[in-house]
Design a protein around this ligand. Structure first.
Ligand code: FAE
Length: 547
């Protein structure tokens, strides 16, 4: 992407009038076709960058699930909202005509300010497969803490830009352990349905699943799970399943069927850009400043909050520092982003009255990865849809829910690949490291051992039944488990502890948390539907009582 692209991602001023006008064109495109592509989204002009010295009613830090829910509902209630996003707008195609690059060919667009890729699957037959890339404000951040790398989406749409779209509502019987202070009836009757509708969640056609080449890997996963006595469940997703059928039929441009996922999906996935953010644009009351990073929030002399924001370029360098005043501020920077900000602001005296729960209760949703080597008569297919559609549920008996994940290499590998979500009880704490001027997380790699043990309740049994073995070549040399990452950071500003039961931060009126930081470390399934539903619940209360 060229430097001029950088400007259009938020570094240059575009008038508010032009932004609102552009809203009409994106909605028009949606009305004409249910299969809105990210390329269509590119027709929408970038938002006006926030002005230094501005005074605004509501500022939302981050444009992921929590931030998008908050901004939409506030705007629908008549409030003007400014969203601030450290990543790019992702609305402009690169020189290859595509907004996002492919998982099999990562380029500068792939990683956030790295000079080498850091792929979750780092090796093949033990050979390292990471490659050099130009340093750029790419879409996927592999953020290193001691003992764990936390993967996060960067850009307008947050994690929805990079994730697999698996949109799972937890089993009702598990909800009490996920959010103990929240009324489950309200969540399951009102807010989960609202979130599922807003996100555009759907489930694969089981008849198509049974016949299409691109899910042979998942059918192998189902057969082997069932032969060992485990339930295999279809998992809903925000991918447009009709679009995927057209990809398979050769009548639509390939997206999930050509390896797009981790670094963005150009066509079939309904990221927030196509759902909540499209609705946000339609309100005309929200502006989004991309490539703007909030560094400080503190009480303003005349009321409200002083917010300091660094505007950055695509090399990550600060090009301007802006100071604005906001009556209310929503922290929606994701579990890690919100936790880091609040931990620093409390420790450095900007928000000293935050309580001692800040930075605590952080978990990895028990993520652990592994692969299995199948027999030659159990091929998993050269063509694999990047969107997982099923999982093995051994939560009640073994504390593990394993996604049957793709290995979209384009060749037959005879491998089965899994991301397990486990009931790992370990929790980390963020602390301010004054000497290094950064926030640390005290996670230890050894804390993943319970996750490995829980995942083994599934895969040891399958291996024994099938006469197969674990792959040892995917995460290094002779390494069975990828126990050094998470895709699902949760917690750090836990609901009803760091905040009240609706996300109002203790110690400061007008400051809220509304993202994954509220959830205490585990959701038993993939988290974004729960993050969205909780945000819907909390913002409804906040609009009714605080505005
Ligand atoms: P998030 O979506 O992370 O949004 C936070 C936003 O704030 C980001 O855009 C940041 O760039 C921005 N930000 C951070 N700090 C600042 C700052 N100081 N100033 C301005 N902006 C800032 O937060 N979950 C599922 O449920 N299903 C899946 O299939 C799934 N697959 C995943 C695959 C991958 C590779 C990854 C990385 C995650 C996956 N997840 C999945 C997790 C899911 O995307 C994540 O839980 C949500 O995105 C978290 O939502 P939040 O609103 O908390």
């Amino acid at each position: 992407m060229s430097d001029s692209t950088m400007g259009r991602n938020g570094s240059e001023g575009v008038s508010r009038r032009r932004f609102i006008t552009g809203t009409g064109s994106i909605l028009g495109a949606m009305a004409l076709s249910a299969q809105v592509t990210a390329a269509h989204a590119a027709a929408a002009p970038a938002a006006a960058a926030i002005d230094d010295g501005a005074h605004i009613p509501v500022l939302v830090i981050g444009t992921g699930y929590g931030g998008s829910v908050a901004a939409l509902r506030l705007a629908q209630a008549g409030v003007s909202v400014q969203m601030v996003e450290m990543g790019m707008a992702w609305d402009t195609p690169g020189s290859d005509g595509k907004i996002f690059c492919n998982t099999t060919a990562p380029d500068n667009r792939s990683y956030w300010l790295r000079t080498k890729t850091k792929q979750p699957l780092s090796n093949f037959f033990g050979i390292p497969i990471d490659k050099s890339i130009p340093r750029y404000t790419g879409i996927l951040d592999a953020e290193d803490f001691s003992g764990i790398t936390v993967y996060q989406g960067r850009g307008v749409g947050g994690g929805s830009l990079v994730n697999g779209g698996m949109a799972v509502t937890p089993r009702r019987e598990n909800f009490g352990a996920i959010l103990p202070s929240v009324n489950a009836d309200e969540m399951y009757n009102t807010y989960y349905p609202r979130a599922n509708a807003g996100l555009g969640v759907g489930t694969i056609d089981p008849a198509w699943f049974d016949t299409t080449d691109c899910y042979q890997y998942a059918r192998v996963g189902r057969k082997q799970a069932q032969r060992s006595g485990f339930p295999f469940v279809f998992v809903p997703d925000v991918y447009d399943w009709d679009y995927m059928k057209q990809e398979a039929a050769g009548t639509a441009t390939k997206s999930a069927l050509t390896g797009e996922i981790l670094y963005g999906n150009n066509y079939g996935k309904k990221s927030l850009q196509k759902t909540y953010l499209a609705q946000i644009r339609a309100t005309g009351r929200v502006t989004i400043s991309a490539l703007h990073k909030v560094t400080s929030v503190s009480p303003a002399a005349g009321g409200g909050y002083t917010v300091v924001i660094d505007q950055i370029n695509t090399s990550g360098d600060t090009t301007a520092t802006k100071t604005v005043t906001a009556d209310k501020v929503f922290f929606a920077a994701g579990s890690v982003g919100t936790s880091k900000l609040l931990t620093k602001l409390k420790a450095t005296g900007a928000l000293p009255n935050l309580n001692s729960e800040i930075g605590k209760g952080w978990g990895d949703n028990g993520n652990v990865m592994c692969g299995r080597a199948n027999h030659i008569w159990d091929p998993t297919g050269a063509l694999q849809a990047t969107i997982p559609c099923g999982g093995i549920d051994n939560w009640a008996a073994g504390g593990a829910f394993a996604e049957v994940a793709p290995l979209p290499t384009g060749i037959e590998t005879f491998a089965s690949f899994y991301l397990s979500i486990t009931k790992n009880p370990n929790r980390g704490t963020f602390t301010w490291n004054a000497g290094a001027n950064r926030v640390d997380l005290d996670w230890q790699t050894a804390w993943k051992q319970p996750s490995i043990d829980m995942a083994k309740t599934i895969f040891d049994k399958i291996n024994a039944k099938e006469g197969t073995i674990y792959r040892t070549d995917l995460f290094g040399v002779y390494k069975v488990w990828n126990d050094t990452l998470t895709y699902h950071p949760l917690g750090g500003a836990v609901l009803n502890k760091a905040t009240d039961n609706y996300g109002r931060l203790h110690g400061y009126s007008g400051l809220y948390v509304i993202d994954g930081a509220l959830i205490p470390g585990n959701t038993s399934v993939n988290p974004f539907v729960t993050i969205t539903a909780l945000a819907e619940r909390n913002i409804e209360k906040i609009i009714a009582t605080d505005l």
